[in-house]
Design a binder for this molecule. Sequence first.
Ligand code: THU
Length: 160
Amino acid sequence: MRKEQFVCPYEVYDSMEELPERDAELMRRAHEAARNAYAPYSKFHVGAAVRLANGEIVVDNNVENAAYPSGLCAERVAMFAAMAQFPGVPFEALAITAWSSTKAISEPVAPCGACRQVMVEVEHVSKRPLRVLCQGDTGPVMVFDGIESLMPFIFLEKFL
Ligand code: THU
């Protein structure tokens, strides 16, 4: 037996203003998208912005439903929309943010496990690391260069 450990490198920027301009622009677009979220049940309004290799930015938000499991997270809505609108174009980066009408969100919002699994596949077909940026409504930004920093021991189609 031996013990091993997983290292999860990421960058922390104190605010959006500290980010490189391309990242700041993507995060701004995610904040705008969060304003359009349909979240009457959780009041947790999430915005996501995808930057593609052709320079396009695709934004989206979470969409809830009275039958709760029928709703979908902002990240997956945005990633699926980007794949539908620009098939075959590699993904470069994904910015995520959220605000709530019930409390202040000043910590970075981490994507759920199901969205991380979709990011795994997106990164795999893009053949380059996916840069993932997470922020609350305000506060610091965490940046992960590649999905393996967010999701170790990933499941890929090679296991099928
Ligand atoms: N949500 C997202 O959009 N992204 C996440 O990563 C976590 C959760 C949404 C789903 C639901 O509409 C609301 O936030 C509360 O869970």
